[in-house]
Design a protein around this ligand. Structure first.
Ligand code: ARG
Length: 581
């Protein structure tokens, strides 16, 4: 059990004795360490309900608190109960964590299945920086959920059936350079897409032709289907290369097209169940009138008041839409995969879409915990959406290549003696790590400026700083004559720097569940920075290799645990640690 949970259970027991009935006993880490390690405002909350004096109630609660061996408690301000954990309790915790491969993380997800829907680029269009956020955040959330015991299904719901195929098909038939496609398929697909897209703007007849190609594809025309399949195949191969560089894995790639044959049936079902109706030839889902208009995704406020804001699931021409596929996807995930939760890691602009389909799914009887894990935009130096000089969206591959190149320069300067292949691998780990950490250390909802120098700095709030910290700790162990067995070390904590390090070690397992409460990997990123800084302070204040027997052993064990938490924590962010750098 985490120290926090232990305190909560002891506090709950004291509350029961004090009040004669159970009451909720929330404990949080203290904001200011001068007052203790943890605190609770339970006395204040309960005194308010009972109209008694909070300090007096706090005093009574403390009188009934059995904290022996764990902490001391006192009262502060208007009735806060502050807990200070005993160094011996932290020492026992460190010992326990060294023997626990989960490093104190509680198995909160056991028995539950979560589908994480992330990355999901649109095929035959380049993956742009917007997809970076989804890929990196989604991958990290999947890793954390898995570590906490969830059964995680990572699903790449690629956009492989969109209207872009009308243009691609037309371009394929009229503009394709087969050699270029062979050599480097994605840029060639992108070229034809862009050229046709421009042509449709100049000439409405071209747009008509593209629409016809799309209709033929959707009607199952064998030639168009064959071209489509080839596009999907080369695109997937191109995407897979990017995921390999990023070290991101999926359990499935069930794209939009996977659901094609289910769409007609779903629209029929919505009609027969009265969940949708016809409007101007289209089939639409309207409000069911059970919610206040402000909370109803099927209502929108216009000048003349609230009006309907339906979701179309079949167009008048018979075509299906994004909402239809997403309903089919929900059905599949709930019925086939038995998902308890589905997390959609998709940008803020799609929030209305998700509110609508979550609402429609609930009315349809598809129950589960559906979450839109939204995120903001990535900005360039000028604080505008990141674009290339020619005004195009910046492509993900270019960003990753540049990250690795820049990291390679830094590594070459710092460690000129490394072998070429080792240096290249370190550059990949450091460059990709830097991009991921820059993303994950932000609050996902804020727009952030993509700044190379800042994210690659060895001193700063960066992945390279954390990776370097981990390398430094590993190098301590390389100086030992014999392998160190941390499990048999006796931990004693005397110095403030040692106690603080142990305090942070104990926090790791408390923090991870909080991340999943509102999907904030930045809590972990910031925790790891704090841990690394605490380690450096400890290392300056407390000699390790030069100290004597039991102290040396205890401090080496603290180094070992720090190293494990750093690498595990970075691993949960999808960031690797090199052996050297
Ligand atoms: N392909 C979409 C896009 O790039 C994202 C899909 C997200 N997942 C979903 N089930 N709708 O915008």
């Amino acid at each position: 059990m985490t120290i926090l949970k232990e305190l909560e259970s002891r506090l709950a027991a004291a509350l029961t004795t004090t009040l004669g009935e159970p009451a909720s006993a929330a404990v949080t880490p203290a904001a200011d360490l001068r007052f203790g390690d943890y605190q609770s405002n339970a006395a204040m909350v309960l005194a308010k309900q009972r109209k008694t004096n909070p300090r007096a109630l706090a005093q009574e609660i403390i009188g009934h608190l059995a904290l022996d061996g764990l902490a001391t408690a006192d009262i502060a301000g208007p009735g806060f109960i502050n807990f200070r954990i005993l160094p011996s309790a932290y020492a026992a915790k460190v010992t326990a964590l060294l023997a626990d491969e989960k490093l104190g993380a509680p198995p909160i997800g056991e028995g539950r299945t979560v589908v994480v829907d992330f990355s999901a680029p649109n095929v035959a269009k380049p993956m742009h920086v917007g997809h970076i956020r989804s890929t990196i955040i989604g991958d990290s959330l999947s890793r954390i959920a898995c570590f906490l015991g969830f059964k995680v299904i990572a699903d790449n719901h690629i956009g492989d059936w969109g209207t872009q195929f009308g243009m691609i098909l037309h371009g394929w038939k009229t503009l394709l350079d087969a050699d270029a496609l062979e050599a480097n398929p994605i840029p060639e697909l992108l070229r034809i897409y862009r050229e046709v897209n421009a042509a449709t703007k100049a000439d409405p007849a071209v747009l008509e032709t593209c629409k016809n190609e799309l209709v033929k594809l959707q009607a199952g025309d064998p030639d168009n289907l064959a071209i489509w399949q080839q596009c999907i195949d080369v695109s997937k191969r191109g995407l897979q290369k990017i995921y390999d560089v990023l070290d991101v894995k999926f359990d499935h790639w069930l794209g939009e097209s996977y659901y094609n044959d289910r769409l007609a049936g779903i629209v029929d079902e919505f009609l027969t169940k009265g969940l949708a109706r016809e409007s101007n030839g289209a089939i639409c889902i309207f409000s069911d009138g059970t919610k206040k208009p402000e909370e109803d995704p099927f209502m929108v406020q216009r000048e003349n008041g609230w009006t309907d804001n339906p979701a179309i699931i079949r167009k008048a021409d018979g075509g299906y839409l994004y909402a239809t596929t997403d309903l089919a996807t929900i059905q599949f995930r709930i019925d086939e995969w038995k998902a308890d939760q589905v997390w959609y890691v998709v940008g803020v602009p799609q929030s209305l879409h998700f509110r609508q389909i979550f609402d429609a799914a609930a009315r349809w009887g598809k129950t589960g915990n559906f979450q839109h894990v939204a995120f903001g935009s990535i900005l360039g130096d000028d604080r505008k959406l990141m674009k290339t000089r020619s005004g195009d969206n910046v492509q993900l591959t270019d960003v990753l290549d540049e990250a690795v190149e820049r990291a390679a320069k830094i590594i070459a300067e710092k460690s000129p003696d490394l072998q070429a292949d080792e240096a290249a691998e370190i550059a990949r780990i450091v460059g990709i790590g830097a991009v991921k950490f820059a993303e994950l250390s932000q609050n996902r909802l804020t727009d952030y400026v993509f700044a190379w120098d800042r994210m690659l700095a060895l001193q700063g709030d960066t992945a390279p700083y954390l990776q370097y910290s981990s390398v430094r700790i590993r190098s301590i162990f390389r100086k030992l004559d014999a392998p160190f067995d941390a499990a048999s070390a006796t931990i004693t904590l005397n110095e403030e720097a040692e106690i603080h390090l142990a305090r942070l070690h104990a926090r790791f397992g408390e923090l991870l569940p909080l991340i999943l409460e509102d999907f904030r990997p930045n809590l972990l990123a910031n925790y790891l920075l704090e841990l690394a800084r605490a380690f450096h302070s400890f290392f300056e204040a407390c000699p390790v290799l030069k100290s004597e027997d039991s102290i040396r052993e205890s401090r080496l064990a603290l180094c070992e645990l720090t190293s494990r938490i750093l690498t595990t924590g970075l691993g949960l962010l999808g960031i690797q640690c090199p052996e050297r750098m």
